[in-house]
Design a protein around this ligand. Sequence first.
Ligand code: PGD
Length: 781
Amino acid sequence: MPEWLSHSSHWGAFSGSFRDGRLSIRPDLRDPAPSPILNNIPALLDAENRLLTPMVRRGWLDNGPRPDSRRGKDSYVAVSWDRAVELAAAELQRIAEGPGPESIFGGSYGWSSAGRFHHAQSQVHRFLNYVLGGYVRSVNTYSNGTAGVLLPHILGDVSRVTRDNDDWEQLTDHSDVILAFGGLPVRNAMVSSGGNSKHVAPGSIAKAASRGARFFLVSPIRDDMPEEANAEWLAVQPGTDTALCLALAYVVITENLLDRDFIARATTGYDIFEAYVLGKGEEPAKSPAWAETICGISAQKIAELARLIASKRTLITASYSLQRQVFGEQPIWAALALAAILGRMTEPGCGFSFGLSSIGNVGKRPLGAPLPTLDQGRNGVKTFIPVARIADMLLSPGEEYQYDGRTLVYPDVRLVYWAGGNPFHHHQNLPRLARAFAQPDTIIVHDAVPTATTAHADIVFPATTTLERNDIGAAGNDTALIAMKQLVEPVGEALDDYDIFARLARALGKEELFTEGRSSAEWLRHLYRPLEEALAKTNHDAPDFDTFWEDGRLELPESDRPLYLRGFAEDPEARPLTTPSSRIEIASERIASFNYDDCPGHPVWLGRGEADPEVNPWPLVLIANQPARRLHSQIDFGQYSQDGKVAGREALSMHPEDAAARGVEDGMLVRVFNDQGACLAGVIVTTGIMPGVVQLSTGAWYSPAETLVDGKTLCLSGNPNVLTRDVPSSKLSQGCSGQVTRVEIEAFTHSIPQSALGLHIRSDAAMPDRQGLEDFKGKTQ
Ligand code: PGD
């Protein structure tokens, strides 16, 4: 009988068994709806998909550290670990002792793997803090960076807003109406940072629907709500949710359907909002007739919907996707204002939820125990950037910019250190990012696989995947603590991120500072101990580490403290919000004081941003949302991800009318383009998307053609970030706006050009040599 060992991933717990050179995976039986993304995992062990040795870029070896536009096109030299560590340590020392840690960017954003110890971002931050004295960091996230800055002003800290509630229970058992801006896309709820041991979204939605709850899906794409919801689809024009919210508020206000008691005791700024919604002077009233011309939903439907949501127990949800756009604060703020004036938030099933189904752990109760956490040390550098401003920083050192009421200056970064992320997947305007990555003297990247980011690095360290090491899997709002047991030996010469940093620390004479004398195995015990103590103190089952490891899993208790929003609504005085006024800020004096034209002091209609044809004059709106068949770009080469490709490229959905107008048919290879760039995609023709809108998920591996095609970069695999603009959501948050852009589409009938990347999957240049590859394959099979 094969031995099945417990393990975990961001998309679910599973057991794995490695036998006769094959990895078998089976989902955890306690999970009511395991994610099919698990099927991608075995491909991680195929040496063809892996980085097998340390590599150094030829141009960097020959010419030394300097800005270099050959990054992304250069070849690589396989070197020994000793040599790679020696080169990297010398360069880190040169920078630290010369321009100083203020010149090192270690933001290193990225999800890498589940697991509390081998969490690449924590490891790189700890290394840079303890060994080099600090680094320029990044703040906020690509996921909800715009709301992450807005919400503390109007509703409270984003982690309290998203992690300190029980919305799935409310929806399942109590709500009569669920009005979902951006829908409840269960594909996104499949994933949680650190793991998702119980996928509750599909079952919760099905149960609520069978109880008679009515779902309204506000989105240009029908599958943003699962079929079991039996939702009414309000196909709204992309980027116009704010107008719809304002018109719903108009009806609620003018027909006196408000909860005046709640407004008086729990909110501030209502009068300002009311005056704006009702219109005055040149400012139009935000009536249903006004909104109809903008969002495409009839005035009659808007008025009916407003009356319905005011008369029933209504839960208003706003997805992360809404705020990943230019003016992304507005739909979130407008949806919150609408929920606030409807009030009734002490009644079960009523209220507001941000991010329900945008990620798996939003809407589940918080935990009553601390998770094992690696100390990252103290960062001696104060300078930071909002995470999505990476290209601006590298291209414009010394330039001033606005952020959350402050004037900041971009630092002059000479060295970029990245472990556990793939900016050439996640950032917008990838050709511009490539120009930005030409600027530093040196770029060091760890990854397990040869991504477009490793292909822009000077020193590439091959990291193990989670399958090749022991770790502890855990996530906020998830009760399962999982013993992630090593399933196979490291592939090739890959080392754990921790061991790579330990070697560098040793070369820099600071090994003890970084490792504290512990091996990885000792660190796991060390990180587990505070949890064990906390459990014992609160009279919960507190097994020692060996028992936990043997069992493979420990159920953690949920918190019994009052939940954030419900607790506040019940007693605003006793349980104030963390906003400046301690209340829900329908208008914010503080934001108004910043005088930002792109984010004034209350929710306003500012236009459609990049979805507006007057801003971006291409005929079709492109929605670049999260993929259903993988997490971000991870394991795009895996079976489940590859099975979703069309014509060998990322799948693009379009309406039959748009397809017919362009002579495009189902299954055809197309070129998607605008003035910035182009990519290939395979077409799915469907009525599940509204006319004038196309959808292409993120995460296909960026693979630019060797030469420009029609003067533009052509991504051969279908990464939409060639097409999305690198513009911030607003001056307030400087967030990622990658969800929406505009494009044109045509059939692609030419032969497929070669990829430009010197170090890329399936390119022989990625491997030391063919014989080396065969040897490594022999070792892993
Ligand atoms: P991943 O593909 O998860 O993307 O961006 P992120 O950079 O997190 O990259 C993780 C990388 O870590 C992979 O290359 C993987 O191989 C590597 N890795 C895995 N395990 C390990 C390990 O143990 N060690 C090391 N060193 N590496 C490892 C995600 C970001 O994309 C996010 S969160 C969002 S929400 C954004 N969404 C959008 C969007 O909606 N639209 C557009 N257009 N663009 C987006 N980009 C953003």
